[in-house]
Design a protein around this ligand. Structure first.
Ligand SMILES: Cc1cc2nc3c(=O)[nH]c(=O)nc-3n(C[C@H](O)[C@H](O)[C@H](O)COP(=O)(O)O)c2cc1C
Length: 175
């Protein structure tokens, strides 16, 4: 699939088929994340891949009931906790770049998954402390997001985006 088509067609997937994801595909997707750029190439990201149902339940219990992605975590055969080690990145101009590093790798993950026919849904609304505690994630590690991973059981319509003219300016910031 052409990269522009992958970018265009990716959606947040919140319904999954009850079909396991092949280990080779999971590793291929993780490898795409591994190749992301990062602050001083320090690669602060870490991915905790949960394929066992009781481990996925621990994540499910830390998601508020009104999070629209909660059912996706309950349905998907794989849940990935996407983490970063802030000590392997830096703060510049007040910007904590570990978040950027992890976010880039996370999006590589989502796009690679889509290219292989798999769905993801970046989720940022959960009880981080509870997930860290129940999954024994060290104190110094931050969870930047979580995502279900599996074969989609829906084809969501594209969500609206701002016009290019609203977000990109040539040569001059609009006055
Ligand atoms: C940082 C971030 C956090 C998000 N958190 C959640 C979440 O907690 N629950 C959820 O259902 N979707 C979550 N989303 C998915 C967005 O709602 C979704 O990306 C947006 O509506 C655009 O839809 P699309 O991904 O299908 O293009 C999150 C997305 C991002 C980038």
């Amino acid at each position: 699939m052409d990269i522009f088509q992958v970018i265009r067609d990716r959606r947040s997937i919140r319904k999954y088929k009850d079909i396991p994801v092949e280990r080779e595909k999971i590793e291929q997707i993780l490898d795409a994340a591994r190749l992301a750029p990062s602050w001083k190439n320090m690669q602060c990201w870490r991915f905790l891949v949960l394929t066992e149902a009781d481990m996925r339940t621990k994540v499910l219990e830390a998601i508020p009931d009104d999070n629209p992605g909660k059912k996706a975590i309950a349905m998907a055969p794989v849940v990935v906790v996407v983490c970063g080690n802030p000590d392997e990145s830096d703060i510049e101009n007040g910007i904590d770049y570990f978040i950027a590093d992890v976010a880039i790798a996370f999006e590589h993950f989502c796009l690679a998954a889509h290219a292989l026919g798999l769905g993801t849904c970046w989720m940022g609304w959960y009880d981080e402390g509870r997930i860290k505690q129940t999954l024994c994630i060290p104190d110094n590690i931050r969870i930047v997001g979580i995502t279900p991973l599996g074969y989609p059981d829906q084809e969501p319509k594209p969500r609206p985006r701002k016009q290019l003219s609203e977000i990109a300016y040539f040569n001059q910031w609009p006055q």
